[in-house]
Design a protein around this ligand. Structure first.
Ligand code: GTB
Length: 217
């Protein structure tokens, strides 16, 4: 059965791929799965019909037969568990890949989101510069540890996995901040992931929502 995901009808980033439907699209492309996309407006996201799928009135959601899921991490894990390509078969390697998924969402993403929220909501405060500097130092701590672990490797644990997919999705949110450039191996890691054909297909598909030029096929 072909799943249906939801995405913004109009994303504030205008197709830069920063909204969280992108990680789900990317996982589906890595898994070689076709999918439908239902675009939702900000108003519709808060209506009962969408809240039945997503208790917090957000995107992305994932529907497949009787199954309805929310939370991008849970959706990527579901796709990875049911299709080859995103989790290793070896049980220990699989557990480590899942640990990296949690690390991306639970350890690396929070200070990055804190920075984003501060820049949206607190930019005009007198103490903004000091707050930003503190948050950026916390991000640097995480990036430094991650860069140390990645070293010269291509991926976090031998082969590309859903752990890399989520970690890269999180790091991409630093685009334009200059923070990633302080860690050349992490910048190269993101670029390597973005060069994957599955990423390129997913990116083109989400961009097409804004340009009105659907990719062929
Ligand atoms: N933890 C949830 C998950 O991982 O799925 C978080 C879901 C979430 O934050 N969804 C956002 C949403 O629906 C879209 S992705 N927001 C609307 C609302 O809460 O009312 C966050 C996002 C939005 C826009 C950009 N952008 O334009 O750059 C980037 C990221």
């Amino acid at each position: 059965m072909t799943p249906t995901i939801t995405a913004f009808e109009r994303s504030p980033d205008r197709g830069r791929g920063l909204a969280r439907d992108m990680r789900v699209r990317w996982a589906l492309e890595e898994a070689g799965q076709r999918y439908h996309v239902r675009l939702v407006s900000f108003g519709a996201m808060k209506q009962a019909a969408h809240r039945a799928l997503h208790p917090f009135g957000q995107i992305p959601t994932y529907e497949e037969g009787d199954l309805a899921l929310f939370e991008s991490g849970a959706i990527v894990l579901h796709i990875a568990e049911r299709h080859a390509g995103l989790l290793p078969d070896d049980p220990d390697a699989r557990a480590r890949a899942i640990a990296w998924m949690f690390a991306a969402l639970g350890t690396v993403e929070p200070p990055i989101l804190e920075r984003e929220n501060a820049s949206y909501l607190e930019r005009d405060e007198t103490w903004y510069a000091q707050r930003l500097s503190g948050v950026e130092d916390r991000i640097r701590d995480r990036l430094g540890d991650l860069a140390g672990r990645l070293g010269d490797a291509d991926w976090l644990d031998a082969r590309f996995s859903a752990g890399d997919l989520l970690m890269v999705s999180v790091l991409q949110r630093l685009a334009g901040s200059g923070l990633l450039d302080e860690f050349p191996n992490l910048a190269a890691y993101v670029a390597r992931a973005e060069a994957r054909p599955a990423f390129e297909r997913a990116f083109a598909a989400q961009l097409a929502v804004f340009t009105g030029n659907p990719p062929p096929g």
